[in-house]
Ligand binder design. Sequence first.
Ligand code: ADP
Ligand code: MG
Length: 368
Amino acid sequence: MPQSMQLGDSKAAEIKAVSIGKTFGAFHALKNLSLDIGRGEFLTLLGPSGSGKTTFLMILAGFTAPTTGRLMMDGKDITDVPAEDRSYGMVFQGYALFPHLTVEQNIAFPLKVRGRFSAEIKRRVGEMVERVGLVGHERKLPAKLSGGQQQRVALARALVFEPAVLLLDEPFSALDKNLREMMQEEVKRLHQETGTTFVFVTHDQSEALALSSRVAIFNHGELLQVGRPQDVYERPDNRFVAEFLGEVNLLPLDAVKLDGDRAAGQFEDRTIILNKTTRLDGTSAVAAVRPEHMVITTQPATVDSNAITCRVEGATYFGASTKYHLRTSKGTSLAVSMPTAAIAPIAPQTDVWVSWPMNQGFLLPSGS
Ligand code: ADP
Ligand code: MG
């Protein structure tokens, strides 16, 4: 890595979106959305297709004006600042490179537009080419590159002018799984090396959890929850967030009582204990437990665990893990995911105990 490479000098920006709304005719694409994006943060906007992620990113970029609300950058109101004056870096899924320009000409383009001297352009482009692993490909046209290489060029072109913010909209969704994982590592490294504020859009929850300092979960134009990956995964605020981030077992509870830092409720013929949550409306709720937090045992659990009896109905082998499908005597179905090596295969119709630590479940409202 050349010593002169000082991308970390770029001034990462802090962004504050305040009560942003966006309507298209009568349709509300974004509803009263407020979000703070920290300086140098890697924030991911995660949600299903049509939830408003791209609309919000376009508002950040300045390509779309919000219908209501304000956008601040480093304390200044930039709501009416046009896109070219915000000068953010951008990488999109189908963001075509200039097909008639070579790799180095594509990367040089933002510097040329900004009227930089040719010696500086040459040096920066050389550094960027090295940084994204394209040495030897400088003179190639985009059509001669693989999909992953093209996205590397797009990343280099978006970062070469040291933007204060980099916006990425599903940049790897067209790549196959292995290549996508390689590019995720690359983006993570570029984020660490540049210190720039990254705002990344994806509908893939594992990509969001793997990359981000924080994840903002969107649904139907609303921001449902924002937090560190482990917070949103282990302490989701509602059922949509819980289920969007991964599989979850839902056990309906009655007679729920809060007791100190714990909650207790009746599931079928047993008392289940969970972490206390403040989100309790009445006395019924749902205990939510991730399949990988449960284990199958032949004995009832220890004092700090919940335990219920179930019958094994089948299993799905995933290589490193195996997912067991089970049912309680009252008919509730459950999934338990365990490392394949952790237990001997269990035959269908076997009666077993399923247990999980009391601090691993979370309460969700029974309605939503
Ligand atoms: P996402 O990126 O999460 O898939 P989008 O932000 O692209 O979602 O779109 C959110 C919703 O807004 C969608 O229902 C989409 O059809 C609608 N929408 C987006 N842009 C426009 C537009 N220019 N005109 C009308 N509707 C739009
Ligand atoms: Mg989109």
